[in-house]
Design a protein. Structure first.
Length: 78
């Protein structure tokens, strides 16, 4: 749902359903992302664990942790 909402306003988005997938994408493209919206409870890394790992890679990354089963790394064009 966030993906369609943000795309409607012109943002580039990438959605993944697993923390491992999101972590690998952000590791490979650290300059592409400004915001991650993530679930608190996921298989593998939990949302707070993922947030800590992502902050090690991109210290300026904005994070939104929420209780649903989806993860949405979002690239925002400035």
């Amino acid at each position: 749902m966030e993906k369609k909402f943000l795309q409607f306003f012109g943002y580039d988005t990438i959605a993944r359903t697993g923390s491992g997938q999101a972590l690998e994408i952000l590791k490979a493209n650290p300059d592409t992302f400004d915001l991650v919206i993530t679930d608190l409870t996921m298989p593998g890394l939990t949302g707070d664990e993922l947030a800590r790992e992502l902050k090690k890679i991109i210290s300026s990354l904005l994070l939104i942790l929420r209780p649903q089963w989806i993860i949405t790394p979002i690239s925002i064009q400035r």
